[in-house]
Write a protein that binds this ligand. Sequence first.
Ligand SMILES: [Zn+2]
Length: 645
Amino acid sequence: MSTVEQQLDDLKAEITSELPNDISVSSVKYEGPELVVYTRDPKKFAQQGDLVRKLASKLRKRITIRPDPSVLSRPNEAREEIMGVIPEEAGVTDLDFHADTGEVVIEAEKPGMVIGRHGSTLRDITKNVGWTPEVVRTPPIESSTVSNVRSFLKQERDERRDILEKVGRQIHREEMSDDEYVRITTLGCCREVGRASFILSTPETRILVDCGDKPGAEGEVPYLHAPEALGAGPQTIDAVVLTHAHLDHSALIPLLFKYGYDGPIYCTEPTRDLMGLLTLDYLDVAAKEGRAPPYESEQVREAIKHTIPLEYGDVTDIAPDVKLTFHNAGHILGSAVSHFHIGDGLYNVAFSGDIHYDDTRLFNGAVNDFPRVETLVLESTYGGRNDYQTDQQDSEEKLKEVINKTHEKGGKVVIPAFAVGRSQEIMLVIEEAMRSGDIPSMPVHLDGMIWEATAIHTTYPEYLRDDLRDRIFHDDENPFLAEEFNHIDAGEEERQDVADGGPCIVLSTSGMVTGGPIMSWLGHIGPDPDSTLVFVGYQAQGTLGRRIQSGWDEIPTSEVGAMGNNGGGRGTLSLNMDVETVDGFSGHADRAGLENFVKTMNPRPEKVLCVHGDERSTQDLSSALYHDYNMRTFAPKNLETFRFL
Ligand SMILES: [Zn+2]
């Protein structure tokens, strides 16, 4: 008998002895990090609300109770009873019964009302019908990404359970080594921005943290073939942890499956969905630009199938000697500071991923409170000594001024923006300004992936700033449903109509004017001297956005491309519109934010690795932290290995 079988047998005996005599255990199984307990008495289990919590703390495991299939009531009968228990206002849109696991997935507009106070309604459901309920939110704005991911996972349910069972056995295998060390190897994003990737290793375990591309340098991928990484074979990696969905952290995750990795990916649920959206778009863009994509959409599906979503604050076993906990990073939807607890109190490492220290309209500021942490791996995008950003309040005032000035002239405001994060932040600023009368009410057109990304945001309000979350819970106050917002979904004809119409605001991808519908908007509105182009995000060297920002006003029509009505022919497009830059809406902490993150961190780490910034930024930040807080700091290069223990 394998050791995992033995362990499960022992657990079954222990659980049985902890339970009252009239509650039976038919089997116990690992599914990923969870211990699943099947019982013929699910109703009795549910009657004793505290039982699961007590078991979990006694066994120090995450425990899920499921009914033994033999005792399940028929779905038709169960459906009626369940609907009788859930208050009507919950707005249930779908019930999906899975007899193999005894789970019923309830999709509702107000999941909170299905859950009830401290889970009371959920327990009532099990008490009545025996099935184990699982609740998901019906997106207030329909999202094709969310519905595609959900139906794909439903379709792949059987295979997914096999994957989870296999992962579960891996996690709970017996530790082989009695050696002790903790090492981090840098595979990318050191003294550069982009291709984030690290290996965290112990004698027992190897974990890959992030696997991104380098924007503007397609060939430069992380050093995945280093002996520390996949060099020893893809099966030697225990787990992949993804801090957030931006492509410079996620783009090459699907590539791992092409190389033969078939283990778990840990990230938050919104990160999983956004990764799906962004990597599929990444393949699309590569195809349009005539580049051979590094992998196919099949591998994106594999990545989604292998994802084990975790919520902020869940302490989760991901290897025999490693526990992972995600915390809000304040950067984009679902972004996570990833905390690793290694061994039993042996060592603790936190990877910041990308962070925003202060609250923004969308998110609470990054969490920097941990039970313990000895080493911090810290992003340094704005770590340079002069990298201070404009205060967000001042930026908002300036944006409103520009909108008012343009409106008075009868012009249109065109804002190139990234689909994820900045767009929603700007939408919130505009919505509030209109509501309070700071700017006149006018249509706000959303083009490119912005609408879809916004829909994903509204699916996961738990991940947004608390006051925004509360507003989304009340439909009539959901700012993203404001009537001014219009989804451009009818293509060129609709754009032409907007261009021919009155004052309005257009938010469109791509954020650096490197392609996408923004090119078409420039074609339509660029020649109008009464309109204004407003940059709200960083424009990288070499992008059309940067050139326009620094004064270019004759754009070759080949750049505007076939999408614009002026495109296609030879010659140039005269950009007569005003060009303004409003910074201060960044999703990254500036230099002050990064220092504050470390300064107020509890507990303060002994060592800091400054990564994910250009050479000057990482070195500036590293030396400042060393001098100001007297900690050991490093600005590593790629392919360095640090031993911490
Ligand atoms: Zn990012």
